[in-house]
Write a protein of this length. Structure first.
Lengths: 311, 465
């Protein structure tokens, strides 16, 4: 009896293992092994062609002594601290606008979500044209607007029509504006969150005399806080991985004047064009620790500010 | 044995799932084995010939000519069969292939300035023993072209063509600016003056932005530095040579000229220009009146220039003490990766395809589009025009040289930063160069795993003489 029971448990165990086997294999091969290797490679001089040569912590010391490390971190934090909040605000505003029972609202929702389906490379190329200093739609629009202001005698209110991607002052703001085009995904999550806010709370507040603004601040935002937090964390982690747009726009160089040299771009340049896989592995580990520490801090700080209905 | 309250599936279901899993696992394993078998390199064709793989980056007309030549080679062979693959013109793919150890037997997807990187890492093999045992010889090429193929006293590559850089100008714009269109600038001072005269601003007001730029000084740091007589690398001491008074002098000249038009406004103007390979080409639309080009640019003009477009050309004007008729050479190099399993067959194909008889059909054809590398082919009547004679003289000039140093991409990346930092006023030339030297030297130290050579030989010069 005991033997039979034991055999049955063994069979179940084997069946379970077989089920998760492909995943375990993939996890070991494509996650554990590369992660383990990159720890070792971060301690080596390694160009991808010849066997790695152990050099201890030399890569880490070199990274902290390299001004490019600080420039790339500064640029990355710019995107995280300015780009992410702007994007969250924009997508939340859109979601609130689209959270209405209007005729044809699903068409508007689809239209706003559509740009998300554009590949990032194609989107970046398109925006390079839109931001063309001379012929781009944005500067042409600004110049027309300025002309109109001047005709009204309000020329002093004219807006600048900068070089955008050729101007280090405007390159990152341009990237943030470009990013707003793809907020459809975040907007959709906000929309789902907004539709989860109980209508009864709004009705009760309305009866108590609360206006639209107070209801948003005291009901919608607290009820939506887990969604805002989730989107914020996702944007935060995405900010640390910011690469494709900068790569396309700067041709990989991170210009003008290193204004679009983000951490991930610097890492890629060292790993591939510059043949420094060991150095890039060390950069990856530093990035991992920065992201981990900051995410933990954000979790800690936000613990009291995020309201979960479940308790 | 299951109790009535148990949520466990019955034993038969367990066994069914087990069988299903085993079946799925078997299908997966067979698929992986099949894919591996199907994608792996084959050594022999069905008729028993040795099959070699060849990667080319040429497309369009060149690929068509190349394909015909390869077909001809395959027909003539009872021992070898060349299977070619077009890998687009992104030669970075070669790096990934080399890093993965999955390279073709022959590739022409290596730029001349990448040869040092690959050679230093033993990723490509020296061709000297094959050359010595064949009827081919480096003597078929002029000295600058020979040197382009060599690194550290070894020949690593051969090519069918060779590229160079010089300046083209718009004759109509010269006329409109009161300059003689048949007399391009002969000195550097004259060149700077011409550039100024050819530049126009919107509403004749520099504040309104550039309308036509006489010459874009930005982005040409390597060509100009070479003209100024700057060497880039000393292979004997393995040190970068850019931190010199001559380089400082050159950067000061560059900054003076860029400042005339404003660095930011010039860069804004350049970023607004249309694509080179299109009718919006800024040289053809008249937005740039003098530009740095390669010999291949003639094809662009023939394809997209408006009717009556007149153009001329001249070599970079040199400053006093600089190098006259200087240019930087480059080429798509035929090399044999170390991982090749059929090196002799790979060499036989390289020797055949780069031989003058084939080069003449590939490079010259009915109308030449590029300059052939072999001296014999350069004498072909197809090249007997003023333009091609000019290109030929430039390519074979004693001041024509390739750039050969390890970590070339890193070097270029840092040189571009030097240019940006100096032109934007962020650093003085000396500060920018000192920083560049320190950064590059620390990176390049990783490349070498043996002590530096003690002897000096002409063949090992970082920049060919």
């Amino acid at each position: 009896m005991l033997r039979l029971k034991r055999q049955s448990i063994d069979n179940e165990y084997l069946t379970g293992l077989l089920f998760v086997g492909p995943w375990i294999l993939g996890f070991l091969l494509w996650v554990v092994y590369p992660v383990g290797s990159s720890i070792y490679l971060s301690l080596c001089a390694y160009d991808g062609m010849r066997p790695p040569q152990f050099i201890g912590l030399q890569n880490y010391r070199a990274i902290f002594a390299d001004p490019e490390f600080y420039v790339s971190l500064k640029n990355t934090f710019y995107i995280i601290l300015i780009g992410v909040p702007v994007s969250l605000f924009f997508s939340l505003s859109l979601a609130m606008m689209l959270n209405q029972r209007r005729r044809g609202i699903s068409i508007y929702r689809t239209l706003i979500y559509l740009p998300c389906l554009t590949p990032v490379v194609a989107m970046s190329v398109l925006w390079m044209w839109l931001f063309n200093p001379d012929y781009g739609l944005i500067n042409v629009g600004i110049r027309s607007f300025n002309g109109w202001l001047t005709s009204l005698g309000l020329g002093f209110l004219s807006l600048p029509a900068p070089g955008w991607f050729s101007d280090p002052t405007w390159a990152k703001p341009a990237l943030i504006i470009m990013g707003l085009w793809g907020v459809g995904g975040t907007m959709l999550i906000f929309l789902a969150g907004l539709q989860d806010v109980p209508r009864s709370l709004h009705e009760a507040a309305e009866i108590d005399g609360a206006g639209w603004w107070r209801r948003q601040v005291h009901i919608t935002l607290p009820m939506l806080s887990p969604v805002i937090f989730y989107n914020g964390i996702m944007g935060f982690i995405g900010g640390f991985q910011y690469f494709t747009q900068a790569y396309v726009i700067s041709g990989g160089g991170g210009g003008p004047e290193q204004s679009t040299l983000f951490y991930a771009l610097s890492l890629f340049n060292n790993a591939f064009p510059h043949w420094r896989m060991g150095y890039a592995s060390a950069q990856a580990w530093i990035l991992f620790f920065i992201t981990l520490v900051l995410t933990l801090i954000v979790f800690r700080v936000s613990a009291r500010r995020v309201y979960y209905q479940g308790g | 044995m299951n109790s009535p309250n148990s949520t466990k599936p019955p034993r038969s279901t367990n066994l069914g799932l087990l069988h299903l899993n085993l079946l799925i696992a078997a299908i997966l394993i067979s698929t992986i084995v099949l894919i591996y078998w199907a994608s792996g390199p084959k050594s022999r064709t069905v008729d028993g010939r040795t099959e070699i793989s060849y990667w080319t980056g040429w497309g369009g007309r060149e690929l068509e000519s190349l394909r015909k030549l390869i077909d001809e080679y395959n027909r003539s062979q009872d021992h070898t069969f060349v299977r070619w693959t077009y890998v687009a013109n992104d030669y970075n793919k070669m790096r990934i292939a080399f890093a993965g150890g999955d390279t073709p037997d022959v590739c022409s997807t290596v730029w001349a300035d990448d040869v040092a990187d690959y050679a230093e890492r033993n990723a490509i093999v020296p061709l000297d023993p094959y050359l010595a045992a064949s009827t081919r010889s480096l003597d078929e090429y002029s000295t600058p072209v020979q040197e382009l193929y060599r690194y550290n006293n070894h020949t690593y590559a051969l090519s069918t063509g060779v590229g160079s850089f010089f300046i083209m100008y718009n004759k109509q714009a010269f006329r409109e600016a009161g300059l003689d269109p048949e007399r391009p600038p002969a000195t550097l001072a004259e060149f700077d003056l011409y550039a100024e005269k050819l530049t126009k601003y919107r509403n004749d007001n520099p504040r309104d932005g550039i309308q036509v730029l006489g010459f874009a000084y930005i982005g040409q740091i390597m060509s100009w530095a070479s003209v100024w007589g700057v060497d880039f690398w000393d292979p004997n001491t393995r040190t970068v040579l850019v931190d010199t008074p001559r380089m400082v002098e050159f950067l000061e000249w560059l900054k003076t000229n860029v400042d005339k038009y404003g660095y930011r406004s010039q860069r804004g103007f350049l970023s607004s220009l249309g694509n080179t390979v299109s009718p919006n080409n800024p040289f053809l639309t008249g937005q740039l009146t003098m530009i740095v080009v390669g010999e291949w640019y003639k094809k662009i003009i023939e394809m997209y220039a408006p009717p009556g477009f007149e153009w001329g050309y001249f070599a970079f004007p040199a400053p006093p003490g600089g190098r006259a008729n200087a240019t930087i050479l480059n080429a798509s190099m035929f090399t044999i990766p170390t991982a090749s399993r059929h090196k002799q067959e790979a060499w036989d194909f390289i020797a055949w395809i780069t031989a003058p008889a084939q080069t003449i059909r590939f490079r010259v054809g009915p109308l030449p589009g590029d300059m052939a590398a072999a001296s014999a082919v350069q004498s072909d009547p197809g090249y007997d025009t003023p333009y091609w004679r000019f290109v030929k003289d430039l390519v074979n000039s004693p001041n024509a040289r390739g750039i050969k140093l390890p970590l070339f991409n890193k070097f270029m990346y840092l040189m571009n930063q030097v240019e940006e930092r100096v032109l934007s006023g962020e650093a003085t030339p000396q500060q920018a160069l000192t920083h560049m030297r320190t950064t590059f030297q620390s990176s390049v130290a990783e490349v070498f795993r043996d002590p530096p050579p003690t002897t000096t030989t002409s063949g090992s010069q970082g920049v060919t003489p």
